[in-house]
Design a protein around this ligand. Structure first.
Ligand SMILES: Cc1cc2nc3c(=O)[nH]c(=O)nc-3n(C[C@H](O)[C@H](O)[C@H](O)COP(=O)(O)OP(=O)(O)OC[C@H]3O[C@@H](n4cnc5c(N)ncnc54)[C@H](O)[C@@H]3O)c2cc1C
Length: 476
């Protein structure tokens, strides 16, 4: 018998750890709520609500197969050793983590379990292609996305669906109660987040909005993106499943050019997830430090008089504020708005990317340090070299381009519900439009702040290296 410890892989389908465990005999499905997981769920009520529902759905799926989840609270090493001894299991399998802290925790758990005489195996499950499964690349992984993507998309995607040998142990092991909202300070419910739901969402997306993803992904008022990030973060859906389903769509010879382009761009987004995981895997120091060594001395502020305004969605820049409020109310922010809101923090306020990352971590459902670090560093211009997109976003221009009628902004900022957005093109430059008592005028002059930042950046670059300055910081 072998214990399969579920972590951020809360499903039974296409499950690498489960398939690996099945090779060694009957599988005892276990869930450990340790201090770190408890703290992460307590920090974000949206995350806790999602997690509780996802675990419930997993337990139901196991019960349909004549098994159940054995839940224990405590530190992973103690719980797993005790469970293995009680049940007669000779080992533990679980899915790897990719951020520096997570990877270190996996390593020391493995050592501790082996010391206790158990087989311990930590397998790749979260990425479609594991960091060390991309052969032929640089020994320390890819730092630039484009060559990574070229290689990534040429590789076959594994499937762990329906392992022939999978048999669940008829365990007598006692289980504590399934996780419940109140233990993390939550009373609400995230609804049905079962894997079946995630699959339905994926299918509906691939049949519809994915065909217009090239343009739809920038429009925050529409359902133009998949909204699968929370499912991928907690593994209620495997990224491999999403990649394979997208590739199947692309095999359709009757696709219009625009549809094909959109589906390819969606695939590219999925690859970004793997890219940032491999970056963290090969560069664990990027948990807290810039990937670009030459940018490590460049300082961002820890505080700013308008930091609270950013946090609370009251900067007077409607797109930024709407995004921050969407995140606070739902645990998710539209991806393009994320870029604009993050750029505002780093460049308009000059505040450290880690401050923003930590604010979002406390509000998001997803909990992927590797992906958060990679994206924040990319926006701040100190991380991976993705593409030559501008990184300093002009929040007002972005609103004019992608929410010209203010549908998104009005949805999340009730103070602006009756603002005359029908003529927003003419009026926006004349802000404030609104009753200042209810909605503030802009807290900074964007053009001035952007210029000041670029000046500081160029001076730093000129001192640090010749010729390359300015390449990573332009305005858009
Ligand atoms: C500053 C910043 C911070 C972010 N922090 C996080 C985070 O903490 N956790 C997180 O999961 N995502 C993060 N993202 C990436 C992305 O914005 C979110 O995953 C978003 O929720 C995707 O929404 P979606 O599922 O509708 O995306 P879609 O556009 O439908 O994309 C499909 C999937 O591709 C992956 N993907 C898309 N864009 C990215 C990207 N830039 N990086 C990595 N994967 C991507 C995601 O898994 C996503 O679910 C961040 C982006 C930015 C700019």
């Amino acid at each position: 018998m072998i214990v399969c410890r579920f972590t951020r892989d809360l499903r039974l389908e296409d499950h690498a750890a489960l398939a690996t465990a099945a090779e060694d005999g009957p599988v005892l499905p276990a869930l450990v709520i340790d201090g770190e997981l408890h703290a992460s769920l307590q920090r974000s009520p949206h995350r806790a609500a999602f997690y509780v529902c996802a675990v419930r759905a997993l337990d139901e799926a196991l019960r349909e197969r004549g098994s159940r989840l054995v839940v224990r609270r405590g530190e992973a090493r103690d719980v797993l050793v005790r469970l293995a001894r009680e049940s007669g299991a000779n080992g533990v399998v679980w899915s790897a983590r990719y951020d520096g802290a997570g990877a270190r925790a996996d390593l020391s758990l493995r050592a501790e379990l082996e010391e206790a005489g158990l087989h311990a195996r930590c397998v790749h499950d979260a990425p479609a292609v594991g960091p060390d499964e991309i052969a032929g690349g640089p020994a320390t992984g890819y730092r630039a996305f484009q060559p990574y993507f070229e290689r990534w998309r040429s590789l076959p995607i594994a499937s762990y669906d329906r392992p022939i040998l999978l048999r669940f142990a008829s365990s007598e092991s006692e289980s504590e109660a399934l996780p419940f909202g109140e233990e993390f300070g939550v009373t609400g419910d995230a609804g049905n987040v079962a894997p079946g739901r995630a699959l339905e969402r994926l299918q509906a997306f691939l049949d519809g909005a994915a065909r217009m993803y090239a343009t739809g992904r920038y429009l925050p008022s529409t359902d133009g993106t998949s909204r699968l990030s929370a499912h991928l973060s907690f593994g209620t859906l495997a990224l491999r499943t999403v990649v394979r389903a997208t590739q199947r769509c692309l095999d359709n010879p009757f696709l219009l050019n625009e549809e094909r382009r959109s589906l390819r761009l969606f695939l590219r987004s999925l690859a970004l997830r793997d890219f940032f995981m491999q970056l963290a895997w090969f560069h664990p120091e990027t948990d807290e430090t810039a990937l670009q060594v030459r940018m490590r001395e460049f300082t961002f502020a820890q505080r700013h008089p308008h930091l609270d305004a950013w946090r609370e969605g009251r900067t007077g820049f409607p797109l930024v504020d709407a995004g921050m409020r969407q995140l606070r109310e739902t645990g998710w922010m539209h991806p393009h708005v994320r870029s604009v809101a993050a750029s505002f923090l780093c460049f308009d306020l000059g505040v450290d990317w880690r401050v923003g990352r930590d604010v979002w971590e406390r509000r998001s459902i997803d909990d992927d340090a590797a992906i958060a670090n990679g994206n924040w560093q990319w926006i701040a211009g100190i991380g991976a070299d993705l593409v030559q997109h501008p990184r300093i976003y002009n929040p007002r221009r972005q609103q004019l381009l992608f929410d010209p009628h203010g549908e998104y902004v009005r949805r999340w900022i009730p103070e602006l519900a009756h603002a005359p957005f029908h003529d927003v093109r003419e009026r926006v430059p004349m802000l404030p439009l609104y009753d200042e008592a209810s909605y503030p005028s802009p807290v900074v002059d964007h053009a001035r702040e952007a210029r000041a930042f670029l000046q500081r950046y160029r001076s730093y670059a000129a001192l640090r290296w010749a010729g390359a300055q300015g390449s990573a910081a332009t305005e858009g």
